[in-house]
Design a protein around this ligand. Structure first.
Ligand SMILES: [Ca+2]
Ligand SMILES: [Ca+2]
Ligand SMILES: [Ca+2]
Ligand SMILES: [Ca+2]
Length: 376
């Protein structure tokens, strides 16, 4: 009996453990470029402010597959895209530059029939179904992927929509271009995520419907760990931090005939068509540190946390950048320390000016904070 349970247990774990599904294309980690805070791109449809992004960050047509199975590879004479993704440390935004050539720009209709850049983002890589249909399906391990599962009729489509659609991962059908319609369908129960202060977009092109040409689309979105059907007050933004892996994928849906009933291509970064509705099928993207040319050789920075206000006990954390050989803290009450991460007990209350001076082979740097440390 015990032997049987031992044998079965790992198989059950494999079937239900999210780590098995984690993300698609585990052999590749795409990179999200970190913009310096003084070079945040302006969303105006002019790509000039992206020229600083190295080529290693460009994700081109060669990374996409046609999951309709019509072509072995996407044909650049039919559609050719270059995508760059960026972020800014301290902001929970993902910036995109989408540059595309299409032999037939299809955007005369007010419905879904529109050339589309579909972006799916899961800011904490939690994975799992993100559309209403996914919630109603009775999932088993075999069904995660392309296969259809049986619907659970105890949950209505509307209830499923409110419960999960776009709540923990978001899907944007971005219209390229959008004329006479919103820039995107934010597919789910929270259409407010496509408006300021959560998103912004600008596009530039000089073609008419049915013509060939090049399009530049610049936008940013805010990923959410929770974006419910209720108002944004209950929403929780995904915290973007250096080196974090997020789930992200896109598909380019190409319509090349305004009269046709369906699309003419669905080219996907993920290898699973159903990434549009399941965040476990997204790809891994790393939020990169600043490239060396944008870093200062040495820069002092620190934070603090009051451990116990009654004992006036404060922990200081060094967050400086660069090679550092010496630290000197002045706590503002006459006391000092040469530790990297000191803990200090203030002898009296007050608002203090705390100064950290650092030194290394590249020079010196100072960071003072005036009255942030306020003690009872
Ligand atoms: Ca720009
Ligand atoms: Ca085309
Ligand atoms: Ca999530
Ligand atoms: Ca097209």
């Amino acid at each position: 009996m015990v032997r049987i349970r031992l044998a079965v247990f790992p198989a059950v774990l494999l079937a239900i453990c999210p780590a098995v599904l984690a993300l698609n294309r585990p052999e590749v980690t795409f990179q999200v470029f970190q913009f310096p805070a003084n070079m945040i791109p302006r969303v105006d449809g002019d790509p000039a402010d992206w020229a600083m992004v190295p080529d290693a960050y460009v994700i081109g047509t060669d990374q996409l597959v046609d999951d309709n199975g019509r072509h072995a590879k996407p044909d650049p004479n039919n559609l050719d895209v270059r995508v760059r993704v960026g972020w800014v440390k301290g902001m929970n935004r993902l910036y995109f530059l989408y540059e595309a050539f299409d032999d037939y720009w299809d955007f005369a209709r007010p419905d879904l029939h529109n050339d589309t850049f579909e972006v799916v983002v899961d800011g904490d890589a939690s994975g799992g179904p993100l559309i209403d249909k996914g919630h109603r399906e009775l999932w088993t391990a075999e069904h995660v992927g392309e296969a259809r599962a049986q619907a659970d009729d105890r949950i209505s489509v509307w209830e499923a929509n409110r419960a999960i659609h776009g709540v923990h991962a978001q899907n944007y059908h971005i219209f390229t271009p959008a004329e006479g319609k919103d820039w995107t369908l934010a597919w789910g129960a929270q259409p407010w995520i496509k408006e300021l202060p959560y998103a912004n977009a600008a596009c530039s092109y000089d073609f008419k419907p049915g013509e060939a040409g090049k399009l530049v689309l610049e936008f940013w979105i805010t990923p959410f760990d929770h974006a419910g059907a209720e108002e944004p007050a209950r929403a929780v933004e995904s915290v973007l931090s250096e080196n974090k892996i997020i789930g992200l994928s896109w598909a380019v849906i190409d319509y090349d005939d305004v009269e046709s009933r369906g699309n003419n291509g669905f080219w996907n970064l993920s290898r699973h068509h159903r990434m549009y509705g399941n965040a476990s099928l997204l790809c891994g993207f790393r939020l990169m540190p600043l490239e060396p040319q944008f870093r200062k050789p040495i820069e002092a920075q620190w934070s603090f946390r009051v451990l116990d206000m009654d004992r006036r006990l404060v922990a200081f954390q060094d967050l400086s950048m660069g090679e550092i050989t010496a630290w000197r803290w002045d706590f503002g009450d006459g006391a000092t320390s040469t530790e990297q991460h000191p803990i200090h007990a203030y002898q009296r209350g007050g608002d203090f000016v705390v100064v950290l001076d650092i030194e290394g082979p590249e020079g010196k740097s100072r960071r003072a904070k005036v009255w942030d440390v306020s003690i009872k």
